[in-house]
Design a protein. Structure first.
Length: 94
């Protein structure tokens, strides 16, 4: 995945959701992550379904979005970020 250009500041937004069905096997969760520069312009956005092997819940969608946001941000976050949970706020990357 390509890393983002280097504006002075990026803000990451993440979201996960799930559509429930009467049959649990038909539940489907998804996620989205977006990066916005310091002028408020969209720099990059990614989205997708939660993997079929993962629980199809909105909280798993939030987790997938957060993991995608870390990859989307690139260094210094990249894959070196640790202890990130969907309970922690996504703060601007300076």
């Amino acid at each position: 995945m390509n890393t983002l250009p280097e504006p002075t500041r990026l803000t990451l937004y993440v979201d996960g959701s799930c559509v429930r069905s009467v049959c649990r096997d038909l539940d489907r969760a998804g996620w989205a992550s977006a990066a916005v520069d310091d002028q408020g312009d969209l720099v990059k956005a990614v989205f997708g379904p939660v993997l079929a092997e993962w629980p199809q819940t909105s909280s798993m969608g939030e987790r997938a979005a957060l993991e995608a946001a870390v990859v989307l941000a690139g260094p210094p976050l990249g894959r070196s970020a640790s202890c990130a949970t969907s309970q922690e706020p996504i703060v601007p990357i300076v």
